[in-house]
Design a protein around this ligand. Structure first.
Ligand code: G6P
Length: 370
């Protein structure tokens, strides 16, 4: 069994460490040799069809939904097409406005999630083109979709999804760039610049995985708490949702992810002495605002850990108790790095609590009932 786990104690840890490879495999063959263009030979979606799309719906469950939040934000930013997000179990029941000009993107690691499959069928019934981003090419969702972008993460065994999520981010970034090329919404220079930054991500993840002592120690500390918060703005908020989900799934510690600016509209009432708050502060343009939200929770006794870039750590330490630095990339790509310490945090907190990391109670890897 240890052999299957490649020398790691759990599949989850093995899969966290497989992320650099998963990034490279998901990018391979989808960037032209000069590194200046994204190519998708596998897509049926014609350029004419791409030009006719006037809105995008992203539909998924759980971690895949969180990847969709990041991916849709990137697409909207790069392509200026309005994007709506839905959890699959809600999609059909809100009578979504789907037309033949809607592109529906369903995201699913397994390709078998019942609610996501039902959402795909609803989209088809209304004439939309459906693109699936999935890790299993022979799955029901892959078979029914009009187009498939395969994430090449390899089999994911641990119930808590890690490398599938980050590979979904890579697939979204690539697809967003492809749409931008076809619709001419970004210049060739901007596109090469983003591609170059993406190509550095695997090494940057490797660097983060080399020394995890600080995050281990922090996880041990967190494992003694029963409640905590994650806060962030923009894509940091989307990553906060994923960090919180990961921690809940396997450590059973209750946490909530909040858009940092929304705290004062209710949640601040729950901030009391010593409660841990994990603040994602990777978005330069939003840093000042996030710092003022950090001060709001500090003033009420919270113990704050901030995740940011090296150059901000010393100034952040004036307002927080601890800070961790992640490598520098473009703001839109940051989730592909910032989620890694949060995955490790969940893993080591679960371990410290003596839980079954790979098979958390009450959860299944693939949910084929609605
Ligand atoms: C289950 C898993 C989650 C996963 C979700 C969606 O609840 O426990 O980890 O995110 O299903 O799965 P999918 O295979 O559609 O990505």
């Amino acid at each position: 069994v240890t052999a299957e786990k490649g020398g790691f104690d759990h599949f989850m840890l093995k899969e966290i460490y497989e992320q650099p490879k998963a990034y490279r495999d998901t990018m391979r063959g989808r960037i032209d040799e000069s590194g200046s263009k994204v190519i998708f030979p596998e897509l049926n979606l014609t350029e004419e069809k791409i030009r006719s799309i006037n809105n995008i719906h992203i539909v998924a469950c759980g971690t895949a939904y969180h990847a969709g939040l990041v991916g849709g934000t990137a697409i909207e930013r790069l392509v200026r097409i309005p994007v709506a997000f839905d959890v699959a179990s809600e999609y059909r029941y809100r009578s979504p406005l789907i037309t033949p000009e809607t592109l529906v993107i369903v995201v699913s690691q397994s390709g078998e999630t019942a609610d996501t499959l039902a959402a795909l069928r609803e989209a088809h019934a209304n004439g939309a083109h459906v693109l699936a981003i999935t890790n299993v090419v022979g799955s029901s969702i892959a078979r029914d979709a009009d187009d498939v972008i395969a994430t090449l993460a390899g089999p994911e065994i641990a119930v808590a999804s890690t490398k599938a999520y980050t590979s979904q981010l890579i697939a979204f970034y690539l697809f967003g760039l492809y749409l931008a090329e076809v619709r001419g919404t970004q210049t060739a220079e901007e596109i090469s610049h983003i591609i170059a930054a993406m190509q550095s991500l695997p090494e940057q993840v490797e660097a983060m995985l080399e020394n995890t002592d600080a995050i281990k120690a922090y996880a041990k500390h967190i494992s003694n708490h029963n409640n905590l918060f994650f806060i962030g703005r923009g894509v940091d908020y989307a990553v906060a949702l994923e960090g919180s989900l990961k921690l809940k799934e396997i450590s059973y510690i209750h946490s909530e992810a909040y858009a940092a600016g929304e705290l004062k509209h209710g949640t601040l009432a729950l901030i009391e002495d010593g409660i841990p708050v994990i603040a994602l502060a990777t978005q330069e343009a939003l840093l000042e605002k996030t710092v003022s939200n950090i001060k709001e929770v500090k003033a009420r006794g919270a113990e704050v850990m901030a995740l940011s870039h090296e150059e901000h750590v010393s100034s952040l330490l004036k307002s927080v108790d601890q800070a961790f630095a992640i490598p520098k990339t473009l703001p839109l790509l940051t989730p592909a790095l910032s989620v890694v310490p949060l995955q490790l945090l969940a893993y080591y907190a679960s371990l410290a609590r003596g839980n079954d990391v790979d098979k958390p109670r009450n959860l299944a890897k693939s949910v084929t009932v609605e």
